[in-house]
Structures are given as structure tokens and as C-alpha cells.
Unconditional design. Sequence first.
Length: 147
Amino acid sequence: MTRTIYILNGPNLNLLGKRQPEIYGTDTLEDAASRCREVAESSGLNVDLRQSNHEGQIVDWIHEARQKAAAIIINPAAYTHTSIAILDALFTFDGPVVEVHLSNIHKREAFRHHSYVSARADAVIAGCGIEGYALATRRVVSLLAKA
Ligand code: CA2
């Protein structure tokens, strides 16, 4: 069985740590990857963190995950609130799915309160900054151990 966790990130998250630190903090996606790697490697798992500004690319990575990943951690960014395509792709994936948001989307504008992706997520973490990715990795490790 594959031992890789895909960590998929949506549009504009390549700017993490470089813009709007008051909302998203000063850590970068690479910092998030390092934290996840520490958690995963202690349980013999690998992480593969990716970011794309394109919805179809994220859908393609989820399809690829069907063969190549044991679990998916996903921050779909703005696609959280719009993308039935990403939701439908996640429904084709059999392993654990954890949705992560850096900010607490429920404390923000009303249009951020609804997530399409949550209809498939086994867990949702919001408002913990990049620590949320490490928490999601911990949860995935524990779900995979039970499977
Ligand atoms: O809080 C989150 O993680 C979000 O998924 C981030 C999205 C936003 O549309 C969601 O409502 C909540 C935005 C990602 C934009 O990322 C940036 C990072 C740094 C600087 C500018 C944008």
C-alpha cells in the first residue's frame, strides 16, 4: 500500500508568507510541508505537498491520488466555496480526506462560511494557521492506523 499523503493547495497559496500576513501569517507553504513531514515520517509516511492556481490541475491531482496516495489533506482556498468539480473528484477517492483552512472561515465574510469540500471531508481544521496542516497530518496518521 502507498505511504504517501498528498497535501493539495489551491489558488494564491503560493503567496503564503509573502502577502497579507495579518490574515494568513508569515510562514510559507514550504514551512507547512516541513511540519507535516516531521509528523508523517515518525509514522513511516511521506508527504507530497503541491499548489496550483488552476481548478482542473487540482482535480487531476485528486485522480492521481486514487492510485498514488493513502490520504489527502486539502486547502482548496477560494475553490472551497465554489468547486463542485473538486468535491466530485474527492468523492472518487477512497482514503481519508482532511480539509484545512489557515483562517477561521466562519469568522470571516459570509461567502466563506460554506464549503463544498466539507461534504466529503472526514475532518475540517480552520483557524490554526500552518499548524493546521500538522494537526491534519496527525489525524490522517491516526485514521490510517485504524484502517
Ligand atoms: O483560510 C484559508 O486557508 C483559505 O482557504 C484561504 C483562501 C480563502 O479564499 C479561503 O476563504 C480561506 C485564500 C488563499 C489566499 O492565500 C493567500 C496567502 C497569502 C497572501 C495572499 C493570499
